[in-house]
Design a protein around this ligand. Sequence first.
Ligand code: FES
Length: 119
Amino acid sequence: MPFVTVHKGGQVFRDEVADNTNLVVRAGIRKFPYPNFKYKCGMGKCATCTSLILKGGENLPEPNWKEKKTLGDDKLAKGFRLACQLWIHHDIELTQEFEGTEAGAPEPAPAEIETTTTG
Ligand code: FES
C-alpha cells in the first residue's frame, strides 16, 4: 500500500493509505491527510486542492482535462497537480504550501514526522 507524505507548516505528516486512494475523498471523511489538507469542490474546478508533487510524480497518470483546464500547462509542467483528480497507487510526497516558490520545489523543512493511524 502506498505511503503518502504531506509537508505543511514545517511539519511532515505521513501515513499509509489503501491502493487507489483519493486524498480529497479521504479528507472529506476526516481521514489522513485531514485536517492537514486543503480542498473544496472535489471536481477539479476550484484549484483549492492544488498540490506540488515533491516525489513520486513520475508514477502519476497524465493530467486529465480538468487538471489541464484548471491548472494550465505551465503549472502542470512545474509539478503541480489537482489532488482531487488523483487516485494514488504509489508512494507520493507533496505540499500545498508553495506561495512564491513556483519556480521550484520548496526545501522540505527538517521536521519530526508525525504518523497518524487513522487508517
Ligand atoms: S478540490 Fe476543487 S479542484 Fe480539487
